[in-house]
Design a protein around this ligand. Structure first.
Ligand code: NAG
Ligand code: NAG
Ligand code: NAG
Ligand code: NAG
Ligand code: NAG
Length: 493
């Protein structure tokens, strides 16, 4: 680590003296208390799926039914958490984001709390806190207990609100003295589309024949609605029972794209407005104003659930902060067709084309930091400038340093322009079992040897870069320098 660090610093000094560093920033430029971290989620990192009383979640069921790779062992974080906290300390993280597996803590979804699951999370959280790393905990990351799905259909049923709130109650009671940042739902908007609109992600529902069961015209909106109500219920519980004593905050997270219109035509401009309403406004509209955006109500009509007056009051203002997943930029073009079985895209009436030839199964992301600035600026201007945490932002290693320095720089620019962003988390701390791509693509700052029974972790060059940045070194490299550094690093390790 030390050698690489000195190499980075040397290169920086060489660049600085050659006058090529116009955009240099360092950690000290960020506001006091700004959190820099990295993250992972339970199913993607823990493994030990059948151990110590854990029962399957819908994520286990989906990957096993598809007979693809799975998270049965993955990084084996359940057994290796102490080692991983040590790596976090060495990297210099001051915050770590992870999720709790509901079916490890409460295997049947409600009732009996599993003492071994409880002990695992207590130990892990204590380990983080003992090392000065602030835990940011997500309650729901695509993995509700299969028993609840079987019993009443999970998020399609309002009964879920009560069970989710009871699960959150256990988490607040047991972990809340050490946890101040709670995110209820991971990527509420994209979870509803992926799990119930196109079926790519758990629980894998969409209209047949794409999926064995589901209804892409109705279910994403029902689920989105129930997620918002469940979030509001959990937030209310926290305020009533825990906030005074524990002093933490409760937020929700959403996935956002940086949009620009495909052409300057009126139609594409209007399509852009609808895309913003469907991606940002679906969740942020109810949280900020107590209702869905007009563009959505008009387009979705009777298929969009309606908030009662009381629900609207409960949802409005129920998020202390918004977590943001921001990786990509897209152009938006008007879609004219109105199919007989409408879905999210046709309701939106827009083609969203990702910039940089990205597809769900190819994560060579374009480096488009303006997308980050556009997202942060839109939230600032249209949704009352709430506190924001950037919870996921990353890609594969080779162009990653370029990407990280560009996006962290974009975040800094947005803060200087008034955005209330308070933290930045790299996705992911180490290579994981990925939601769409299994082990085929890796996002980690640390690589994991998944053929090694000990699941050995090794720092990638980006871990060194991030660590140097976190330790206060001003490092800003051009893409040629990064390529050179990468090749030196590969030949030395
Ligand atoms: C799962 O995949 C393995 C290896 O490709 C194959 O041998 C097995 O028959 C498959 N099982 C099912 C249920 O499709
Ligand atoms: C989805 O639900 C709507 C409204 O109940 C219904 O009209 C439509 O036929 C359903 N579509 C499918 C594919 O089941
Ligand atoms: C995207 O793909 C097209 C066709 O394969 C190619 O011509 C173009 O150069 C690619 N663009 C980028 C940014 O990689
Ligand atoms: C900076 O903020 C102003 C006012 O909120 C806004 O008009 C402008 O577009 C922002 N600039 C950028 C680059 O986001
Ligand atoms: C991964 O682990 C396997 C089994 O221990 C070993 O044979 C292989 O060389 C390791 N791969 C790397 C890249 O270290």
């Amino acid at each position: 680590m030390a050698q690489i660090l000195s190499l980075l610093v040397t290169i920086f000094l060489a660049l600085a003296s050659s006058g090529r560093c116009s955009n240099v920033y360092s950690r000290k430029d960020f506001p006091e208390g700004f959190a820099f971290g990295a993250g992972a989620s339970a199913y993607q990192w823990e493994g030990a799926v059948n151990e110590d009383g854990r029962k399957p979640s819908v994520w286990d069921t989906l990957v096993h039914s598809r007979n693809t790779s799975n998270g049965d062992i993955t990084c084996d974080g359940y057994h290796k958490y102490k080692e991983d906290v040590q790596l976090m300390v060495e990297t210099g993280l001051n915050a770590y984001r992870f999720s709790i597996s509901w079916s490890r803590l409460i295997p049947n979804g409600r009732g009996h709390v599993n003492p071994k699951g409880l002990q695992f999370y207590k130990n892990f959280i204590q380990q983080l806190v003992n090392h000065g790393i602030e835990p940011h905990v997500t309650l729901y990351h695509d993995d509700h207990p299969q028993s609840i799905e079987d019993e009443y259909g999970g998020w399609l049923n309002r009964r879920m609100i009560k069970d989710f709130t009871a699960y959150a109650d256990v988490c607040f009671r047991e972990f809340g003295s050490n946890v101040k940042f709670w995110t209820t739902i991971n990527e509420a908007n994209i979870y509803s589309i992926g799990g119930y609109g196109n079926g790519f992600t758990p629980p894998g529902r969409c209209s047949p024949p794409g999926c064995s069961s589901g209804n892409s015209s109705t279910e994403p909106y029902i689920v989105g609605h129930n997620l918002l109500l469940a979030h509001a219920s959990v937030s209310r519980l926290y305020k009533r029972k825990y906030k005074d004593i524990q002093g933490g905050s409760v937020g929700i997270s959403i996935f956002l794209l940086g949009f620009k219109p495909s052409t300057s035509s009126k139609d594409d401009e209007l399509a852009l407005q609808r895309a913003k309403a469907f991606y940002f406004g679906w969740i942020l509209g109810p949280l900020t104003f107590g209702d869905y955006p007009d563009e959505m109500k008009t387009a979705v009509g009777l298929r969009l659930p309606v908030f009662s007056e009381e629900e609207s009051e409960q949802v409005k203002g129920s998020s202390d902060f918004i977590g943001i997943m921001q990786y990509l930029a897209a152009t938006v073009a008007n879609m004219k067709s109105k199919p007989s079985h409408p879905d999210f895209d046709s309701d939106m009436g827009a083609f969203v084309n990702l910039i940089g030839n990205y597809s769900a199964f190819n994560e060579k992301y374009a480096v488009v930091p303006w997308a980050m600035e556009a997202v942060l600026d839109h939230i600032k201007q249209s949704y009352g400038n709430p506190p924001l945490y950037i919870l996921e932002n990353d890609l594969q290693d080779t162009p990653r340093i370029e990407y990280l320095q560009a996006y962290i720089g974009a975040v800094l620019k947005s803060i200087r322009n008034g955005s209330n962003t308070r933290g930045y988390f790299v996705w992911s701390f180490m290579d994981l079992f990925e939601l769409l791509t299994g082990y085929d693509y890796s996002y980690g700052l640390y690589s994991v040897n998944f053929s090694d029974p000990h699941r050995k972790r090794s720092p990638k060059l980006s871990a060194h870069w991030y660590s140097a940045f976190l330790k206060g070194n001003t490092i800003f490299l051009g893409s040629q320098d990064i390529a050179q550094l990468q090749s030196d690093f590969s030949s030395s390790s």
